[in-house]
Ligand binder design. Structure first.
Ligand SMILES: *Cc1c(COP(=O)(O)O)cnc(C)c1O
Length: 382
């Protein structure tokens, strides 16, 4: 098969399965609203849970940072792209989370890839929750270690996989809050099992940090678990982008030698670091924002429980409504769009076959009226 045929066939298959993905350029907006083709929509698809992408202090931080440092970092952190702003923010993150060290990455996807690629060797085993994010599973599949997946949020399933001893090392991987389901991992049970098998635990808390736990410290803090490796990302509650890996001193030094995504990639602009520093201020002082978010979550769940759609066990900002078939999810998202609501249909392979869903996300800046409107339209179309 030629390149052209192969590509055409792959696209045809996607189309036939109602799984074809398309981006739609928007004309900007806020966390709460979005303008597309000149029309205003209420936005229920953003991960900007606290609205910090629009926060004056965060914007000011970026502007001040750009004035002071320019807009680009000029190179990898191993060359000239590591400023005192980077160093100070890494130290602040480490202290905040109770780790020796934090290392900044330009994306969570890259951080996960880099970690697994640098750590896993032949003979090791990687045990991951089966609903782990694509960035983790993708990296796991390319690693020389053996990948096994345990049943979602089921420590007994992990226990089974841990039974046979292996010669190499064991890394257990989970998320704090699952990105497509919104439910929280039983971190204490997973950590206990992992450590009793002399393994290490990696928690990706992309959706937990900033919104969960005392002071927004995240899922691990809330569950009083200290994983060996913690990944936090800045594209969600921080409202910016980028990520950090939190770890002990030797692991940080090891990653600085061997994490290729860090070494061979231009570092995050210092101006962005200054914006992130301002976002962390907002998160640390963010009890009121988190309270508003939680009120919105409760209010939505109460209303949605009366709909003939399956909800997940989520008490987080991610509130998926499971629809089932791809075409149904697309249809429903289309109907909502006609009514002025922007909600994304999530289909396989992002989620398991037959579990296509509307991934509704709530934020601290949604108003009661917005949620009433969403519930009303869902009620009319379900
Ligand atoms: C969004 C996300 C990532 C990727 O982070 P980016 O910084 O957007 O690349 C990684 N893991 C999880 C669980 C995520 O939800």
């Amino acid at each position: 098969m030629s390149w052209a045929q192969r590509i055409e066939q792959a696209l045809d298959e996607r189309l036939l399965a109602s799984a074809y993905r398309q981006r739609q350029a928007n004309q900007g907006g806020s966390t709460r609203g979005l303008t597309v083709d000149g029309r205003r929509y209420l936005n229920f698809s953003s991960n900007d849970y606290l609205g910090l992408s629009q926060h004056p202090a965060v914007i000011q931080g970026w502007q001040d940072g750009a004035k002071r440092h320019g807009v680009g970092s000029g190179g990898s952190g191993h060359v000239t792209g590591y400023t005192e702003a980077h160093a100070a923010f890494e130290q602040r993150l480490a202290q905040w989370q109770g780790y020796d060290r934090a290392l900044l990455f330009i994306s969570g996807f890259g951080a996960n890839q880099a970690l697994l690629a640098a750590l896993m060797q032949k003979g090791d085993r990687l045990l991951a929750d089966r609903l782990s994010h694509a960035s983790l599973l993708e990296a796991a599949m390319h690693a020389p270690s053996r990948l096994r997946r345990f049943q979602h949020n089921q420590p007994e399933s992990l226990a089974g996989l841990l039974q046979p001893a292996v010669a190499g090392e064991t890394l257990v991987v989970t998320e704090g809050v699952f990105s497509m389901d919104g439910d929280e991992a039983p971190l204490a049970a997973l950590a206990a099992l992992t450590h009793s098998a002399n393994g290490w635990l990696l928690v990706d808390d992309a959706h937990g940090v900033g919104v969960i736990g005392e002071g927004g410290r995240g899922s691990c803090w809330k569950q009083e678990v200290c994983p060996d490796l913690l990944v936090i990302t800045f594209g969600k509650a921080f409202g910016v982008s980028g990520a950090a890996v939190l770890c002990d001193e030797p692991v940080a030094e090891y990653l600085l030698q061997f994490a290729r995504h860090l070494i061979y990639s231009t570092s995050m602009p210092a101006a962005q670091v200054v914006a992130l520093d301002a976002a962390l201020d907002c998160i640390q002082k963010g009890d009121e924002l988190r309270q508003r978010l939680n009120n919105n979550i409760h209010y939505f769940r109460e209303g949605a429980s009366r709909l003939p759609l399956l909800m997940t066990e989520s008490s987080t900002a991610i509130q998926p409504l499971i629809v089932g078939e791809n075409h149904r999810a697309l249809e429903l998202a289309g109907s909502l769009r006609e009514e002025g609501l922007w909600v994304t249909a999530i289909r396989p392979p992002t989620v398991p076959e037959g579990s296509a869903r509307l991934r509704i996300t709530l934020t601290a800046v949604h108003q009661r009226d917005d949620i009433d409107r969403l519930l009303e339209v869902l009620h009319d179309h379900c």
